[in-house]
Design a protein around this ligand. Structure first.
Ligand SMILES: [Zn+2]
Length: 161
Protein backbone atom coordinates (compact mmCIF):
# COMPACT_ATOMS: atom_id res chain seq x y z
CA UNK A 1 0.00 0.00 0.00
CA UNK A 2 2.79 2.39 0.94
CA UNK A 3 4.58 1.76 -2.35
CA UNK A 4 1.50 2.68 -4.36
CA UNK A 5 1.11 5.92 -2.45
CA UNK A 6 4.72 6.88 -3.11
CA UNK A 7 4.22 6.24 -6.83
CA UNK A 8 1.12 8.38 -6.94
CA UNK A 9 3.02 11.26 -5.38
CA UNK A 10 6.05 10.84 -7.63
CA UNK A 11 4.23 10.62 -10.96
CA UNK A 12 3.31 14.31 -11.30
CA UNK A 13 6.91 15.15 -10.38
CA UNK A 14 8.27 13.12 -13.31
CA UNK A 15 5.84 14.79 -15.67
CA UNK A 16 7.03 18.23 -14.56
CA UNK A 17 10.67 17.29 -15.03
CA UNK A 18 10.29 15.99 -18.57
CA UNK A 19 8.22 19.03 -19.55
CA UNK A 20 10.76 21.57 -18.26
CA UNK A 21 13.57 19.75 -20.04
CA UNK A 22 11.71 20.07 -23.30
CA UNK A 23 11.28 23.82 -23.00
CA UNK A 24 14.95 24.47 -22.16
CA UNK A 25 16.14 22.78 -25.36
CA UNK A 26 14.34 25.40 -27.44
CA UNK A 27 16.11 28.20 -29.31
CA UNK A 28 18.80 30.34 -27.77
CA UNK A 29 18.06 33.63 -29.50
CA UNK A 30 19.11 36.64 -27.40
CA UNK A 31 15.97 38.30 -26.05
CA UNK A 32 15.41 42.02 -26.59
CA UNK A 33 13.02 43.64 -24.11
CA UNK A 34 11.94 47.26 -24.25
CA UNK A 35 9.08 49.20 -22.72
CA UNK A 36 6.25 50.48 -24.89
CA UNK A 37 7.69 53.99 -24.57
CA UNK A 38 11.11 52.80 -25.76
CA UNK A 39 9.57 51.03 -28.77
CA UNK A 40 7.53 54.13 -29.59
CA UNK A 41 10.72 56.18 -29.60
CA UNK A 42 12.58 53.81 -31.97
CA UNK A 43 9.84 52.64 -34.34
CA UNK A 44 7.77 54.61 -36.86
CA UNK A 45 4.03 54.85 -36.00
CA UNK A 46 3.24 52.20 -38.65
CA UNK A 47 5.98 49.87 -37.35
CA UNK A 48 4.70 50.33 -33.79
CA UNK A 49 1.13 49.56 -34.89
CA UNK A 50 2.11 46.34 -36.72
CA UNK A 51 4.92 45.02 -34.54
CA UNK A 52 3.75 45.97 -31.04
CA UNK A 53 -0.04 46.25 -31.46
CA UNK A 54 -0.34 43.26 -33.83
CA UNK A 55 -1.70 45.29 -36.72
CA UNK A 56 -1.81 44.14 -40.34
CA UNK A 57 -0.55 45.90 -43.47
CA UNK A 58 -3.12 46.37 -46.19
CA UNK A 59 -2.70 43.69 -48.88
CA UNK A 60 -0.70 45.13 -51.74
CA UNK A 61 1.85 44.26 -54.41
CA UNK A 62 4.04 47.03 -53.01
CA UNK A 63 6.52 46.76 -50.15
CA UNK A 64 8.24 43.36 -50.20
CA UNK A 65 5.27 41.42 -51.63
CA UNK A 66 6.66 41.29 -55.17
CA UNK A 67 10.28 41.82 -54.13
CA UNK A 68 12.59 38.95 -55.17
CA UNK A 69 16.18 40.14 -54.81
CA UNK A 70 18.78 37.87 -53.22
CA UNK A 71 19.34 38.59 -49.55
CA UNK A 72 17.98 38.27 -46.04
CA UNK A 73 14.94 39.71 -44.32
CA UNK A 74 15.57 41.04 -40.80
CA UNK A 75 13.18 42.00 -38.02
CA UNK A 76 12.41 45.71 -38.47
CA UNK A 77 12.42 46.20 -34.69
CA UNK A 78 15.50 44.30 -33.42
CA UNK A 79 17.37 43.37 -36.65
CA UNK A 80 17.32 39.59 -36.07
CA UNK A 81 17.68 37.66 -39.37
CA UNK A 82 14.33 35.92 -39.92
CA UNK A 83 13.96 34.80 -43.54
CA UNK A 84 16.24 34.02 -46.49
CA UNK A 85 15.22 35.24 -49.95
CA UNK A 86 15.37 31.65 -51.27
CA UNK A 87 12.41 30.81 -48.99
CA UNK A 88 10.31 33.58 -50.53
CA UNK A 89 7.60 32.80 -53.07
CA UNK A 90 4.75 34.57 -54.87
CA UNK A 91 1.54 33.52 -53.13
CA UNK A 92 -0.72 36.15 -54.76
CA UNK A 93 -2.18 36.88 -51.30
CA UNK A 94 -0.94 40.49 -51.15
CA UNK A 95 1.67 39.96 -48.44
CA UNK A 96 5.29 38.79 -48.55
CA UNK A 97 5.23 34.99 -48.24
CA UNK A 98 7.92 32.53 -47.20
CA UNK A 99 7.82 28.73 -47.05
CA UNK A 100 10.27 28.61 -44.13
CA UNK A 101 11.99 30.74 -41.48
CA UNK A 102 15.61 30.66 -40.35
CA UNK A 103 15.81 28.02 -37.58
CA UNK A 104 14.85 29.24 -34.14
CA UNK A 105 14.18 32.86 -35.10
CA UNK A 106 10.38 32.72 -35.16
CA UNK A 107 8.06 31.77 -32.29
CA UNK A 108 4.51 30.46 -32.79
CA UNK A 109 1.54 31.65 -30.74
CA UNK A 110 -2.07 30.47 -30.80
CA UNK A 111 -4.19 33.44 -31.94
CA UNK A 112 -7.95 33.30 -31.33
CA UNK A 113 -8.66 36.93 -32.28
CA UNK A 114 -11.21 38.04 -34.92
CA UNK A 115 -13.24 34.82 -34.47
CA UNK A 116 -10.56 32.67 -36.10
CA UNK A 117 -8.03 30.17 -34.82
CA UNK A 118 -4.69 31.00 -36.37
CA UNK A 119 -1.00 30.64 -35.65
CA UNK A 120 0.58 34.00 -35.04
CA UNK A 121 4.29 34.30 -35.85
CA UNK A 122 6.45 36.58 -33.74
CA UNK A 123 10.15 37.46 -33.68
CA UNK A 124 11.86 35.10 -31.20
CA UNK A 125 14.10 37.92 -30.00
CA UNK A 126 11.86 40.96 -29.43
CA UNK A 127 8.40 39.35 -29.62
CA UNK A 128 7.42 41.68 -32.47
CA UNK A 129 4.34 40.61 -34.46
CA UNK A 130 5.31 39.40 -37.94
CA UNK A 131 2.11 37.88 -39.33
CA UNK A 132 0.53 34.42 -39.42
CA UNK A 133 1.46 30.91 -40.50
CA UNK A 134 -0.83 29.00 -42.88
CA UNK A 135 -0.62 25.48 -44.33
CA UNK A 136 -1.40 26.40 -47.94
CA UNK A 137 2.22 26.98 -48.98
CA UNK A 138 4.04 25.29 -51.88
CA UNK A 139 3.54 21.51 -51.65
CA UNK A 140 6.91 20.80 -53.29
CA UNK A 141 8.79 22.39 -50.35
CA UNK A 142 7.33 22.72 -46.82
CA UNK A 143 3.63 23.24 -47.60
CA UNK A 144 3.71 26.21 -45.24
CA UNK A 145 3.09 29.90 -45.88
CA UNK A 146 4.63 32.42 -43.52
CA UNK A 147 2.44 35.41 -44.32
CA UNK A 148 4.47 38.43 -43.18
CA UNK A 149 3.81 42.17 -43.03
CA UNK A 150 6.22 44.26 -45.11
CA UNK A 151 6.34 46.67 -42.16
CA UNK A 152 7.64 43.94 -39.82
CA UNK A 153 10.74 43.19 -41.87
CA UNK A 154 13.60 44.93 -43.66
CA UNK A 155 15.56 43.53 -46.57
CA UNK A 156 19.34 43.33 -46.52
CA UNK A 157 20.83 42.61 -49.94
CA UNK A 158 23.49 39.90 -50.33
CA UNK A 159 26.75 41.48 -51.50
CA UNK A 160 27.90 40.17 -54.89
CA UNK A 161 30.90 37.83 -54.61
ZN1 LIG B 1 12.63 41.31 -33.47
Amino acid sequence: MKKILVLIFLLPLFNTISYSQKSTTETMVKKVTKTDAEWKATLTPQQYFILREKGTDRPSQEGYTAHFEKGTYHCAACNLQLFESNSKFESHCGWPSFDDAIDGTVDYVLDKSHGMIRTEIICASCGGHLGHLFNDGPKETTGERYCVNTTSIKFVKTEKE
